[in-house]
Design a protein around this ligand. Structure first.
Ligand SMILES: O=P(O)(O)OC[C@H]1O[C@H](OP(=O)(O)OP(=O)(O)O)[C@H](O)[C@@H]1O
Ligand SMILES: O=C(O)c1cc(=O)[nH]c(=O)[nH]1
Length: 234
């Protein structure tokens, strides 16, 4: 991982040591078959959860300092894997800088609306009139982030930006389902369409670079082939 900047190398090291980054054959939400998979649900041990929470919190604080992210009120984690990530990132932000982040809130959605008790779709801070930062695991085709934006807007919130652990650097799905057609990048189109800043702690390029000599040559070759197959036209 010598060629990666220290914050990326530390995060990739935590992902590898926790078995979060895997090589094999995996079907994605987009139905693409990938030779690698980043399962953020495997950051379940206290030290690993702290590592990912720290990585998000530092990325957010740095982007606030540089002006790459606007201010926000609520950190929103899309169900399911976004839930512990957003919650842990909120705690870590408050620990890093209580004056700036101690009053930030967390919130997440239910995949199915609750019809009793408090009811509704949202758990945690109400979103109405709030600036909402989405914190989630991975962007592949961008579908999950579009769904999250629609839910937040329906609740009356305004999305301020998106932070993910991994940008897989893939193209949008073609409307006719033919994935061999050139298409623009999922992340670029989200940025353009919604005018949102999107930050990623790691990209697929970082994984390929950082895993050279650590993953098998065969796994790296298959991952490079996958990168070429789903490479965006922009
Ligand atoms: O960019 P996309 O093509 O939408 O795919 C990426 C998303 O898909 C998965 O979430 P999923 O909706 O499967 O929910 P989960 O958090 O319950 O695993 C994954 O956790 C990412 O958030
Ligand atoms: O696209 C997905 O569904 C996906 C990719 C990935 O690397 N990790 C994940 O949890 N989901």
């Amino acid at each position: 991982m010598a060629s990666l900047p220290p914050h990326k190398a530390d995060f990739l090291r935590a992902a590898v040591s926790g078995g979060v980054l895997k090589f094999g054959s995996f079907e994605l939400k987009s139905k693409r078959i990938s030779p690698y998979f980043f399962n953020a649900g495997d950051f379940y041990r206290a030290d690993l959860l702290e590592a990912i929470a720290t990585a998000y919190a530092k990325a957010i604080a740095e982007a606030r300092r540089s002006g790459a992210l606007p201010d926000f009120d609520v950190v929103f984690g899309p169900a399911y894997k976004g839930i512990p990530l957003a919650t842990a990132a909120t705690i870590r932000l408050g620990q890093l800088d209580a004056a700036a982040y101690g009053a930030k809130c967390y919130s997440f959605d239910r995949k199915e609306a609750k019809d009793h008790g408090e009811g509704g779709n949202i758990v945690g801070a109400p979103l109405k009139g709030k600036r909402v930062l989405i914190v989630d695991d991975v962007i592949t085709a961008g579908t999950a982030k579009r769904e999250a934006i629609a839910k937040i807007e329906k609740e009356g919130g305004v999305v301020a930006g998106i932070v993910v652990a991994l940008d897989r650097m893939e193209k949008l799905p073609s409307p006719d389902g033919d994935d061999s057609k050139p298409m623009p990048s999922a992340i670029g189109e989200l940025q353009k369409e919604y005018g949102l800043p999107i930050l990623a702690i790691l990209t697929l390029d970082d994984i390929i670079e950082g895993m050279r000599g650590l993953a098998s040559e065969d796994d790296i070759r298959k991952t490079e082939e996958y990168r070429t197959k789903y490479k965006a036209s922009d």
